[in-house]
Design a protein around this ligand. Structure first.
Ligand SMILES: [Mg+2]
Length: 130
């Protein structure tokens, strides 16, 4: 089903949460050059609101350091939602600390990578979720 304003059939929906607008836009441009439609939100609360809704989201990219809720808090809450339990969630962070990686994996992250990342590598990681 498609509508003039609705999602294009065959695209996959990606929720991207990052509080740095230029990073969010780079991710959005790269993924939307491929078979993805990106919803970009600037903080953890907005990300969790989207995840609690019934909108189709096939992959989630979460920055860790964000206002209101961190990416790890969003991840933890998302895994409590029955309809998001198996959704691939990739964690992005500038910190790159082992503790973050271990925590993210313990909370059910699908993958983890550190900024700066190449857009090509990002696309490959998202593609790998399918
Ligand atoms: Mg951040």
């Amino acid at each position: 089903m498609t509508s003039p304003d609705g999602p294009v059939e065959g695209t996959r929906h990606v929720l991207v949460a990052d509080d740095e607008p230029h990073i969010g836009r780079i991710i959005q441009m790269k993924l939307e050059a491929g078979p993805y439609q990106v919803t970009l939100v600037p903080d953890g609360r907005a990300a969790l609101d989207r995840l609690q809704s019934d909108e189709p989201i096939e992959v989630v990219l979460l920055d860790i350091m964000m206002p209101h809720l961190s990416g790890l808090q969003v991840l933890e809450e998302a895994r409590k939602l029955p309809h998001r339990r198996d959704t691939p969630i990739l964690i992005l962070t500038a910190k790159g600390q082992d503790a973050d990686r271990i925590r993210a994996m313990g909370l059910g992250a699908t993958d983890f990578f550190t900024k700066p990342f190449s857009p090509k590598k990002l696309m490959a990681r998202v593609d790998a979720c399918f």
